[in-house]
Design a protein around this ligand. Structure first.
Ligand code: F6R
Length: 607
């Protein structure tokens, strides 16, 4: 959600602010803006839509200075137009913000009562007015900023320019991430280390409630209580090269193709090469002794958790409850006495997942992160972490992060079963060796590309598409439908195959595409019966199965996408590939913006 970048330097900063914004665009692309301090005070440019629109504006009407802030917006309050684009300005203050200020209405009223005039519909503008108002009352820029931030309720990361000639960046975080970067003769602030990667890898993560005063060669950080603190300077692990599109048309396409490598990396981190047994490190004792597990996440990560539930229960005999973070956090859940909670998240910053995790921390439940971003808030606050090694995921639709989450959950379920004596050493090794085949199996699944591309026009023309699966493939049906809707804007629904006749079968009409995910397993014939039911009502069946399952579909499916045979727990992981490819090629057919679909943003840091 919304990207922030700021630079204070001994040279002009505009070009690099724009470079930072381009890297942050995956966080929101409703509008973009930039403000710098120069001899004319604070000057700014803002444009609706993509960063490219702002670049075009700047090309025609350049501004520059040695200290500046910039923003790419995912709109919450106020329409995504130029007027509501950040930075917002009040007098000699300009501000960029990520998050939501929950008490903005009362603050706005208070400022309006003092005669301050508002130019936007946003919750953010009030922060600029509060700071300016504090300065008018005689506070220094720094004190004015700190006093304003103290009054804010909600989730925010803010960066501000304060004063008409002040070469200083002011920053604060509460609920939304913010990093400070260290360069040579210059300093940075950013929503994430990825935005700063072209400039520096030396970063400091502000903690909850921290504020920072960033000057050309120094940073002073205060904690929530206002006490000066030293936060550790780390070397960010993100490679700038990994975040280029290379020869691919889209990040999504690239990330789909990176899966064999991402899975190999992820598994290597959790398999003891000497014994072929799972190595879960400090997470092992938490899982061995838990009487119950809860697995919490949002969106695609929730579907990964849902597949994990099937594996944990079947192999390790542990009861697993799954929950959507936004529901869990507000429903006073009954927590396990002696259990553990898993939080699955690509970004590690999703506001609802973070809040759910904090709820469990407060209740003294052991918290375990399954995370792709090691420096994220969830990674830092969970008791232990299991990292997915997918690398930076830039495409808004999650692909390689999802399969890496599944790989970690599979490994963890096998490891837990082994720790609890439910799998012998030989059985454990057999399961692990099956997972080790994943990179090769996924490579073969990528070869279904041409067939998926050929099927895409059918989905592109359909009023809606139905996805069906049973067991571990049921969450895959939900994921297949989500992938299709989010990048094509077409109607799609996923159902448990056995649930169809309880209502949803009414949706089937002549020609409705039904994508059924059913590689060979003990339930395949049950799913095939459900396929018969929809085919009899005119559905166009597209089966995703494996070599051993292909015969079951025989003439029942109009198209059969055949994956290699899928041993052990590999089935749901490999089946994700054709689902991603179907969505990708359908979106390509329709010409939608694949990497930045409308209304969405990567990393949902508002609730
Ligand atoms: C869909 C998608 C989202 C995310 C969800 C959680 O393709 O990417 O549904 O999975 O917003 O995000 P993380 O994993 O960052 O917590």
């Amino acid at each position: 959600m919304c990207g922030i970048v700021g630079i204070v330097s001994d040279k002009p900063v505009s070009t690099r602010l724009m470079e930072g914004l381009r890297r942050l665009e995956y966080r929101g692309y409703d509008s973009a803006g930039i403000a710098v301090v120069n001899g004319r005070g604070i000057v700014r440019r803002r444009a609706p839509g993509k960063v490219l629109n702002l670049q075009n504006l700047l090309d025609g009407a350049p501004i520059d200075g040695n200290c500046g802030i910039a923003h790419t917006r995912w709109a919450t309050h106020g329409r995504p137009n130029e007027q509501n684009a950040h930075p917002h300005q009040a007098g000699n203050v300009a501000i960029v913000h990520n998050g939501i200020i929950e008490n903005f209405k009362s603050l706005r009223q208070e400022m309006a009562n003092k005669g301050r005039v508002f130019a936007t519909e946003t919750d953010t503008e009030v922060i600029a007015h509060l700071i300016q108002d504090n300065m008018d009352e005689g506070l220094s820029g720094e004190d004015a900023f700190l006093a304003a931030v103290e009054r804010l309720e909600g989730a925010y990361a803010v960066a501000a320019l304060v004063g008409e000639a002040n070469q200083t960046l002011y920053a604060a975080r509460h609920g939304s991430p913010l990093v400070v970067g260290f360069g040579k003769g210059e300093m940075f602030v950013g929503s994430d280390a990825f935005a700063l990667a072209p400039f520096t890898k030396r970063v400091l993560y502000l903690e909850e409630g921290d504020s920072a005063v960033v000057e050309i060669d120094s940073v002073r950080v205060r904690d929530e209580e206002g006490a000066s603190v030293n936060r550790e300077i780390l070397t960010a692990s993100i490679s700038t090269v990994m975040a280029e599109k290379g020869n691919y048309r889209h990040f999504m396409e690239k990330e789909i193709h990176e899966q064999p490598e991402a899975l190999a990396r992820t598994m290597a981190a959790y398999i003891d090469p000497e014994t072929d047994l799972p190595a879960l490190g400090e997470t092992a004792p938490l899982l061995k002794n838990a009487d119950r597990l809860i697995a919490i996440a949002c969106g695609t990560a929730f579907y990964a958790a849902s597949v994990g539930k099937y594996w944990f229960e079947a192999l390790a005999g542990v009861h697993v409850e799954t929950d959507i973070a936004s529901e869990f956090r507000y429903r006073t859940p009954a927590l396990p006495q002696n259990g553990a909670a898993l939080f699955i998240s690509q970004s590690g910053e999703t506001a609802d997942t973070l809040a759910a995790m904090r709820y469990c921390n407060r209740a003294k439940v052991d918290t375990i992160g399954v995370l792709n971003t090691p420096e994220s808030s969830i990674a830092r606050e969970t008791k232990t972490n299991l990292r997915t090694m997918a690398g930076p995921e830039i495409g808004v639709a999650s692909t390689k992060a999802f399969t890496a989450q599944l790989a970690v959950l599979a490994m963890t379920a096998i490891g837990t079963a082994s720790l609890r004596g439910r799998l012998s050493e030989a059985e454990t090794q057999e399961h692990i060796r099956a997972l080790q085949a994943l990179p090769e199996l996924v490579q073969k699944a990528l070869a279904t590309k041409a067939q998926c591309q050929a099927i895409a026009p059918i989905l592109a023309k359909a009023k809606q598409t139905i996805f069906l699966g049973r067991g571990g493939y049921y969450p895959l049906a939900l994921e297949g439908a989500l992938k299709l809707k989010e990048i094509t804007y077409l109607a799609a629904e996923g159902y448990a195959a056995g649930e169809l006749k309880h209502g949803p079968i009414a949706l089937i009409e002549e020609g409705t595409p039904v994508v059924v995910i059913a590689p060979n397993d003990p339930l395949i014939e049950k799913t095939v019966s459900n396929v018969e039911e929809v085919a009899a009502r005119g559905a166009k069946v597209i089966a995703i199965t494996d070599e051993a399952g292909a015969e079951s579909f025989d003439t029942r499916a109009e198209h059969t996408i055949i994956l290699p045979n899928l041993p052990g727990l590999t089935g749901p992981i490999v089946s994700a590939i054709p689902l991603q490819l179907l969505a990708y090629y359908t979106a390509l057919e329709l010409g939608t913006n694949l990497d930045q679909p409308r209304n969405l943003a990567k990393s949902v840091t508002v609730e």
